[in-house]
Design a protein around this ligand. Structure first.
Ligand code: CUK
Ligand code: CUA
Ligand code: CA
Length: 640
């Protein structure tokens, strides 16, 4: 811990780490304790490179001079804040938060009619949900690399998947999955399994984690609960099909050839309580033969569940015994796997054991061989199963044949060579597959490298989402930030560059070069069918108790100096910002009416509310826009 500033801190840290390990292990001690005996195995022996901790020179790599731009974007899930965060790398600066599932006061997400329509409303017009829990974020692919069109993010609580347009960096669609509770892993496909012309993302696969009665009429008998794997159309965002499975789904991965999608399963036991969920020594990674599933749907070999019209195919073990016709195959992997990640060379999926100290390497060509009836035992697709350390969760890649796996319990990232691991597994005990270890602070969950899960992995930077920050930042009361640590992986040794506090509670993220996206900074008036394109269109129109108010903004004024409505009217106010200058955003707030939202240049938004008590209400601009920003107001006069 040489990089700790004070002797007290240096003495303190190992004790805290021991404490954390104990806490994280309580209840799991039997399972993991059994694994620790083997940690002396030849290939696994490599000391933690504490010496490779941060130093002044390395830290400079993350410092940008004022006015300098980052070279990478990062898209981070926000956890239960329900948003997506946009970070710049290597600086680690948070540039933006994109509201998705939860209301957001800055932009008026959940206030405007447009955002409410995306989020989903109840018959009375109020939001269906105001809580969410995002975990995973992934972007659309073309030719194996990101193409900058879309990103997706999941809501675990309410089984929703959202799409973000990467031109405006806004959420444009949210879909709720039927028959699913605890929706966890997502992954877009990278090309079509059949049509070679479709070399880009057209599907997003979604893993249902919690088993429930289907249809969910409620029963205590856990043996009747089932999990579902879903496929969502990337364009329409409709659910194309679902698959009934044995066990559950955790994280999801897709192959570069579009043929395979997979999900890790930690609850093959079908347990309702955690002791049951960790009773088996091995669980599974479940592979879907995407083309066969879709052929089955086309041929009408499906059922539907409850009110849902989505076709559900049978991907259970019992119905898929013959590999040549199987829709799915269950590869066994050690105890309670969590992450499954596709290597950038397209050859392997790597599953992490979580309650086993191992990483499992599955060769995808062999999985296809099994589906073709050319491989007798499905488990022969496993080409390596090697010890990495305690609590392996997620794996990232550098494009040079190395994998980087987070070790939650060891508070480390382990760098290991996949080819060497395969050699070691084949019996070459001299193959040193562990290349380096680095202490991280503390208890890492996800990690991702620049272009990690693309064919363009460039091996420059690695970010690690540490779930505990403990002593790394000034204390701010009982709630600690998380610690996103940035690591230089361009050399043999990992070099810790920086700590960044982030507001809870990000999980997953992706990092890509800045030229992947071409963000638009001014809207097109045509994006909105209700745009008020000319100040002359401004005014109030009445249809019974329904009143429409149209107005525009051009700094430092709104097009109406005042407008009149009657108490109790249902008012729909449409505002178009006619300013064309980049960065010239206006706000619109009405006191006592729960209305506040912004309009970006050339953007149109609308709100619907009931006019309150008779009186004068100063509607004002909330977003600093002009020297006369404070004067930028209009009056809503509510008459009796
Ligand atoms: S899970 Cu959070 S650290 Cu939801 Cu991706 Cu592994
Ligand atoms: Cu317009 Cu402030
Ligand atoms: Ca299990």
């Amino acid at each position: 811990m040489q990089h700790d500033k004070t002797p007290e801190a240096a003495a303190d840290v190992p004790a805290r780490r021991r404490f954390l390990n104990t806490a994280a292990l309580s209840g799991l001690a039997v399972a993991v304790g059994a694994c620790t005996d083997k940690s002396g195995a030849a290939g696994a022996a490599a000391p933690a490179s504490a010496a490779a901790g941060s130093h002044a020179g390395a830290a400079n790599a993350t410092h940008l001079a004022p006015g300098e731009l980052d070279s990478y974007y990062g898209l981070w899930s926000g956890g239960h804040t329900g948003d997506m965060r946009v970070l710049g790398l290597p600086s680690g600066r948070e540039i933006h938060r994109i509201p998705v599932f939860n209301p957001d006061a800055l932009v008026g997400w959940g206030i405007t009619n447009e955002s409410k329509k995306v989020m989903g409303t109840k018959p009375d017009g109020s939001l269906r949900y105001t809580v969410a829990d995002t975990h995973h974020t992934h972007a659309s692919y073309k030719d194996g690399n990101y193409d900058g069109r879309y990103a997706w993010i999941n809501d675990k609580i309410n089984a929703r998947i959202a799409r973000i347009r990467l031109d405006y960096f806004v959420c444009d669609k949210i879909t709720q999955l039927p028959n699913v509770q605890g929706f966890h892993g997502i992954f877009p496909d990278k090309r079509d399994p059949v049509d070679p012309a479709i070399n880009y993302t057209t599907r997003v696969f979604c893993g249902g984690e919690f088993a429930i009665p289907l249809p969910n009429a409620g029963t205590e008998d856990g043996s009747k609960y089932r999990s579902i794997f879903s496929c969502v159309d990337a364009e329409t965002m409709e659910v194309r099909w679902q698959a009934l499975i044995d066990g559950n789904c955790d994280l999801v991965a897709t192959s570069y050839d579009g043929k395979l999608a997979a999900t890790n399963q930690y609850n093959t036991e079908g347990g309702v309580h955690y002791e049951d969920m960790m009773s088996a020594e091995r669980d599974a990674c479940l592979f879907f033969h995407v083309a066969r599933v879709e052929a089955a749907v086309k041929a009408g070999k499906f059922k539907t569940i409850g009110d849902s019209k989505v076709p559900v195919v049978d991907a259970t073990r019992e119905a898929n015994k013959d590999p040549k016709t199987a829709l799915a195959g269950y590869v066994s992997v050690p105890k309670n796997p969590h992450g499954v990640n596709a290597s950038p060379d397209g050859k392997y999926f790597i599953c992490s054991g979580k309650l086993s100290p191992t990483g499992t390497v599955i060769e995808l060509a062999k999985v296809l061989d099994w589906f073709d009836g050319k491989l007798e035992k499905l488990d022969d697709v496993i080409v390596a199963e090697v010890e990495l350390g305690l609590g392996p969760l997620h794996t990232a890649f550098d494009g040079r044949g190395n994998a980087y796996t987070t070790l939650f319990l060891d508070s480390q990232v382990v760098k290991w060579n996949v080819d060497a691991a395969i050699k070691f597994h084949q019996g070459d005990k001299s193959a040193k597959y562990v290349v380096d270890r680095l202490d991280v602070h503390y208890q890492p969950g996800h990690l991702s490298a620049t272009h990690s899960e693309t064919a363009a992995a460039d091996g420059k930077y690695l970010a690690v989402g540490c779930k505990f920050s403990k002593d790394r930042f000034l204390p701010v009361g009982p709630l600690h930030p998380e610690n996103e640590q940035f690591i230089d992986i361009s050399g043999d040794k990992m070099v810790l560059l920086a700590d960044h506090p982030v507001r809870g509670e990000p999980h997953d993220f992706i990092i890509f070069k800045r030229d992947i996206v071409k963000p638009k900074q001014v809207y097109s008036l045509d994006e909105s069918p209700i745009a008020v394109k000319d100040p002359k269109e401004s005014g109030v129109t009445r249809n019974g108790r329904k009143v429409t108010v149209k107005l525009t903004s051009q700094a430092p004024a709104f097009s109406l100096r005042e407008f009149k409505v009657k108490s109790g009217d249902e008012v729909t106010l449409i505002l178009t910002n006619l300013d064309k200058v980049e960065d010239l955003t206006h706000g619109f707030a009405i006191p006592n009416h729960n209305v506040n939202f912004i309009v970006n240049p050339q953007e149109t938004k609308s709100v619907t509310f009931t006019a309150g008590k008779p009186g004068v209400y100063w509607c004002y601009c909330t977003h600093f826009c002009h020297a006369l920003h404070l004067e930028m107001r209009t009056r809503m006069i509510v008459e009796a």
